[in-house]
Structure formats: C-alpha cells, structure tokens
Design a protein around this ligand. Structure first.
Ligand SMILES: [Mn+2]
Length: 455
C-alpha cells in the first residue's frame, strides 16, 4: 500500500481514538471542551534569541507539528478539532505555511497571526473549557475554566500508555532512523573517532539536527560510560579507545525511539561480557507480555543481572543475596525501563487508575519510572545495565557490601565504564514486538546485537 495513504488512514483512526478518549475524560471531569497549546518560544535572558523549541506532548498527540510554537488545538466533543495554526507576519524568520499532509484532513485548520487572533477564533465563552499547556502571560483573560486540571490529565495520561496503530507505526519509523544512526556511530567508533565526531555521524545518518532528536545522545567512551546521563562530547579521542556506550534515539511524527548499545573496541574479555549481557537482556525481553507487573520485571532483572555479576566474578555472593543486600543496585542503580511515546519518559507510568493515584515503587528502587501492569499497546524500553560508578563503589566499600564484591575484578573493568543495552518493545496480546531489533534487521540486515562493531 502507498505509505502516505496508509499513514493518512492510520492517523484518521488515531484521531478517532483520541477523540473518544477525550469525550470520556471531558465528560467525567465536567468540561465541555479542551484547548491544547503547542508551547511558547522561551527567550534567552537579555538576548534576542530563544531556546530551541519543542512542542509539548499533549499537543503532538493530535498533530505531528513539532516545530511551530503558539499553535492551539481546540476540541469539543462531537465536532472536528480546530487547529489554530500560528502564521505571524514576520520578515526576520521563515514563516511556516499552513501544512497539507497526511494528517491535515482530521482538523479544521485556520491560520492565525497572533494570540489575539487565536483568542478571537475561539468561542467567546471558554468558561467550561480546560486548558492544557504551559500557562502564558495573558491566559487568565481568556476565561478558561482551569489550566492543566490534574483529574483530566490523569485520564488522558493513563490512556496514552496504550498506543494506537498510527503511534506504533511512528515508533517503528523512529527505531529505523535510530538504527541507521547507530550503525554510522558504531563505524565511527571503530575508526577511532572522538565523541563529537561519533555524534555528528549519528546525526548525519538520521538526517537530523540535534534539536530534532528526542534527547541529546549519550556517547561515552571508556570510563565515561559509568556516567548514566553523560552529557559531554569530547573533541579528541582518548589515548586508548576501549569501549563505547551510546544511548541515542530519533523521532518520527513526534514519537521517540530510545536505543542503547555498548561496544568493546578490542578487548575480548569485555566483549564477551557484553555478549553474555545481551543474552540477559534478551531473556528479559522474552518475559514481557500483557498482564505482567512491571515492578516484577524490574526485580527479576536485578536477579538476572546479579547472576551474571556472580558468574563473571564481579560479585562473590549468589544472586538472591546480592539483591537482598543491595549489592545489585551498586551495579544497576536505575529502573529497568519506562513507557515510551511522545516523550522519551512517557507520562502516566505510575498511575494507579484513570482517576489518578500512584502505584508505589518497590522499596529500595526509587528510580523506577513504570509500576503499572502491562497491557497490549504499551510501548516500553528494556534497558538493563552494569556500571562501575565510583561514588556507588566507594559507598559499598565502606559497609557490609564490601565483602560481597570482587574488587580486583572491579578495578580491571572500571576502565570500560559500563554496559547498557536498550530496546523498545511494543506489548502485544501474546508477547512483544521488539521494534529496535526489527529495525536493526531491516536497516542492517542483521539483528544489530551489540558487542564488537563491524569495521
Ligand atoms: Mn531509556
């Protein structure tokens, strides 16, 4: 089928689902309509420039317009959503033209020159309309009923965890782009490039500028792999290149992929640890299906990683003891994964029900971002890790955990930083679709297993 036609049909069905969700949520919360803002340009202090613009997720859910600030989506149940498209009179910047794309048939698109024109295009009385977005100066005078009412947001966010077929198509496309970027980055790494050059290779292969990525890539050589959200990009390669941890995703239709691979440059021991770790990650992926409590996935990940730590001579106690005494958390101090979609860490991961409330994280695991029971349509990341993080190792050295860690082995592995392998999984009725492995297979003709990069 023609890809554009296919997308148009998928998006039309997506908007119908979205409308049904809003119909229920608005009626439950007593609103007659909703007004969603795409976001404002944020000026830089005492400067004539602004920070890079990112449309926020609640707006992007309706239309894949991620570059245009000050657009509004107005929806009243039973009526076609109105898109007030910001088209200012401005000869300094390129003014976006009203788009004509696969999605534009689903909205009543009206260009507006500024906020006053946007307000004038809306119903005079917004007294029963909820506003979603960052409140802007002057919003109070618009007379909306409430800004970001928690009850409405909880219902919308709760439902958003289940992706529509259109959203799944976008997420697959975002994974295919990321696979291209990862292949180019792995080649640059194998050629001895510095972190910045590796990022540039990633961007070029994705055909994106940095602000179009869902998050700034984490490209960490050697010890830097131990910094979980490493944000530097060194301009020169290290004297000895040993390893790369790359956590980088791309966007399609405003949806994010979130993909991590770890490579050994030449060390056979570290590369076999990565290969064993990849088996653990794949075993964890195969345990994911609808009905599984993500807290259990997180805890079983700790047990499996702890077994590998023991088998690899990094710890001296068995898995059960490593988990019970907090030794596994020294090496794996983050959550095993999160919801993925319009946001990299998608909203609603802790919600107990559409009415709100929170499902608590397991005790001792404060960084888990998802505690819900999985349903078909959820998209989650699976991202176990093993890291050699100095402050966490130092703390463990000073207490009862010290005797359970093989410090000689830790010392020899520290120079590689750490390992993380992350795939994006769509939960289906019977199991999962691994969007990331499928994308690597489609783009590279191989499943893109981490380990030694192709040269
Ligand atoms: Mn992630």
């Amino acid at each position: 089928m023609d890809e554009a036609l296919d997308l148009a049909a998928l998006h039309a069905a997506h908007v119908l689902t979205l409308r049904a969700r809003f119909d229920r949520a608005l009626s439950a919360c007593g609103y007659s309509g909703v007004l969603v803002h795409s976001g404002s340009l944020a000026p830089i202090f005492r400067d004539d420039q602004t920070h890079p613009f990112r449309a926020h997720a609640w707006f992007k859910a309706w239309v894949p317009l991620h570059e245009v600030p000050d657009c509004f989506l107005y929806y009243e149940p039973g009526r076609t959503p109105v898109l007030l498209f910001h088209q200012p009179s401005d000869y300094w910047h390129k003014v976006a033209r009203p788009p004509r794309a696969y999605w534009t048939a689903q909205v009543d698109l009206r260009p507006v020159a500024d906020r006053a024109a946007a307000r004038a295009a809306l119903p005079r009385d917004l007294g029963a309309t909820a506003y979603i977005g960052e409140p802007f100066r002057g919003l109070a005078a618009w007379g909306v009923s409430a800004a970001n009412p928690p009850g409405l947001l909880a219902r919308i966010d709760y439902d958003r965890a289940v992706k529509t077929p259109y959203e799944l198509a976008c997420l697959r496309a975002a994974n295919r782009l990321a696979a291209r970027g990862h292949r180019a980055a792995a080649r640059a790494f194998a050629g001895g490039a510095c972190e910045l050059e590796i990022e540039l290779a990633f961007l070029r292969a994705c055909g994106a500028r940095e602000q179009e990525l869902p998050y700034n890539p984490i490209i960490a050589l050697n010890e830097s792999g131990a910094v979980l959200h490493y944000q530097m990009l060194e301009r020169t390669p290290p004297a000895e290149v040993r390893s790369m941890l790359i956590d980088a995703g791309a966007q399609a239709g405003g949806y994010a992929s979130d993909v991590t691979r770890t490579y050994s440059f030449a060390d056979a021991d570290f590369s076999s640890l990565i290969e064993r770790f990849d088996e653990v990650q794949q075993a964890l992926c195969s345990g994911v299906h609808a009905g599984v409590d993500w807290r259990d996935v997180h805890l079983s990940a700790h047990r499996l990683v702890a077994e590998l730590l023991h088998e690899s001579d990094i710890t001296t106690c068995d898995a059960e003891e490593a988990v019970a005494t907090g030794v596994s958390s020294v090496f794996l101090p983050h959550g095993i994964g999160h919801l993925l979609g319009l946001q990299v860490h998608d909203a609603g991961g802790l919600l107990r029900s559409p009415e709100g409330g929170e499902i608590p994280r397991p005790e001792g695991h404060p960084h888990l971002r998802l505690t819900r029971v999985l349903e078909a349509g959820f998209v989650v990341t699976m991202e176990p890790g093993i890291y050699f993080i100095d402050p966490l190792l130092d703390a463990a050295r000073g207490d009862a955990r010290a005797a359970r860690i093989n410090w000689t082995r830790v010392e020899s592995l520290r120079r590689f930083g750490g390992i993380r392998i992350e795939d994006d999984l769509a939960v289906t009725a019977s199991g999962t679709e691994n969007m990331t492995r499928d994308a690597f297979r489609a783009e590279l003709g191989s499943p893109g297993a981490p380990g030694v990069p192709e040269r």
